[in-house]
Design a protein around this ligand. Structure first.
Ligand SMILES: NC(=O)c1ccc[n+]([C@@H]2O[C@H](COP(=O)([O-])OP(=O)(O)OC[C@H]3O[C@@H](n4cnc5c(N)ncnc54)[C@H](O)[C@@H]3O)[C@@H](O)[C@H]2O)c1
Length: 284
C-alpha cells in the first residue's frame, strides 16, 4: 500500500514501545488510528503524544485483550462503526516470560501463546476478510529475531514467535492464491529499547503461576533486560522501517544485520546436521 493519507491503522499493543512509535509514524502520514491494548493509561499517553505531534489526528482506542477472539471482533466492529473499515493491521501486542522450558507453567504457556500467537491469529482471522472485501490493505505481524533463532531460557516466547513467522508466510501465500490485493509483512527485530522485559506488569491475575527463578534463569532475565535497554536501534527507527516495508510491499523486515548473518549460520548448522545451533554462542 502506498497511499496512507486518511486511511485507518489498527495497532495492538499501542500503549507502549513499538506500538506507540507505529502510532506516531502512521499519524505522521495522515492516518486515522485505532489502538487496542490492555493498558488504558498507556494508550491515553500514546494519544496525547500523537495529538501533540500531529494535532487533529482522528483516533479511537479500546481496552483489548488480543488473546480473546470476541474482543478482537469488537475491535474490528469499532473500526467499521467509527471509520468505515481499516487498512493497516499491526498485530503487535506481545509479552515475554523466561525459564527452562520444561519448568514453564501451564499459565506461562497460556498467557504468552495467548497474547503473542493467538493475538496474531485472531487479528489475521478477523481483519483479513475485511481487507479482501475492500481489495486494499496490509497486515503487519510483529514476530522477532526469536522467530528464527532460539536462545535458551525463552522457549515459550521462541515458540510463539516462530509460529508468527510460519503464520505470516502462509498468510502471504494464501492471499497470493486468492489474488487478493492485500500485503503481508513480518517484522523480526532483535532487542530494542521498550517495556518488553517488564511484561509481568500486564500479566493477568488468573495466569499468575510462573516458573520459580533459579540462579541461571535470573541471570538470563538480567541479560534480557540489559539487551533490551541497550538495544542500538530505537523503536522509532524500527517503526519507520516497518512503514517503509508496507510502502514497498516488503515481506520480511529484519532490522538488525547481525540477525541475518546468524540465520545463515543456523541454516549451515542444519546443513551439517550437527549439534544444536546456539545463537548466543554461534561458534560453540
Ligand atoms: N523490544 C524488543 O526487544 C523486541 C524484540 C523483538 C520483538 N519484539 C516484539 O515487539 C512487540 C511490541 O512489544 P514492545 O517491545 O513494544 O514491548 P512493550 O512491553 O513496550 O509493549 C507491548 C504492549 O503490548 C501490550 N499488551 C500486553 N498484553 C496484551 C494483551 N493481552 N492484549 C493487548 N495488549 C497487550 C502491553 O500493554 C504493551 O503496551 C511484541 O510483539 C514483542 O514481542 C520486541
Amino acid at each position: 500500500m502506498q497511499e496512507f493519507n486518511n486511511k485507518v491503522a489498527v495497532i495492538t499493543g499501542g500503549g507502549s514501545g513499538l506500538g506507540r512509535e507505529l502510532a506516531l509514524c502512521c499519524a505522521a502520514r495522515g492516518m486515522k488510528l485505532v489502538l487496542g491494548d490492555v493498558d488504558e493509561a498507556g494508550m491515553q499517553e500514546t494519544l496525547r503524544l500523537v495529538e501533540q505531534a500531529y494535532p487533529g489526528t482522528e483516533a479511537a482506542s479500546m481496552r483489548l485483550d488480543v488473546s480473546k477472539l470476541e474482543q478482537v471482533e469488537e475491535l474490528a466492529a469499532l473500526c467499521k462503526s467509527r471509520f468505515g473499515g481499516a487498512h493497516l493491521i499491526f498485530n503487535n501486542a506481545g509479552v515475554s516470560v523466561n525459564g527452562p522450558v520444561w519448568q514453564n507453567t501451564v499459565d506461562d504457556w497460556d498467557w504468552v501463546l495467548g497474547v503473542n500467537l493467538y493475538g496474531v491469529i485472531w487479528g489475521v482471522k478477523v481483519f483479513t476478510p475485511m481487507l479482501i472485501e475492500q481489495n486494499e490493505g496490509h497486515i503487519i505481524n510483529t514476530a522477532s529475531a526469536a522467530g528464527w533463532l532460539n536462545g535458551p531460557s525463552s522457549g515459550v516466547y521462541n515458540v510463539s514467535k516462530t509460529s508468527v513467522v510460519a503464520l505470516s508466510e502462509t498468510l502471504a501465500l494464501d492471499l497470493r492464491d486468492a489474488q487478493a490485493n492485500v500485503g503481508v509483512t513480518v517484522l523480526c527485530p532483535a532487542f530494542f529499547p521498550t517495556g518488553i522485559h517488564l511484561s509481568d506488569r500486564n500479566r493477568p491475575a488468573d495466569k499468575g503461576e510462573t516458573v520459580e527463578k533459579s540462579e541461571i534463569s535470573q541471570k538470563r532475565a538480567a541479560a534480557l533486560k540489559y539487551a533490551v535497554e541497550n538495544g542500538r536501534i530505537p523503536a522509532s527507527d524500527i517503526a519507520e522501517m516497518t512503514l517503509k516495508a508496507v510502502e514497498t510491499d516488503q515481506f520480511y523486515v529484519i532490522p538488525h544485520r547481525k540477525i541475518k548473518h546468524l540465520i545463515k549460520l543456523r541454516a549451515e548448522a542444519a546443513d551439517r546436521e550437527q549439534g544444536v545451533f546456539d545463537s548466543l554462542n554461534p561458534e560453540g
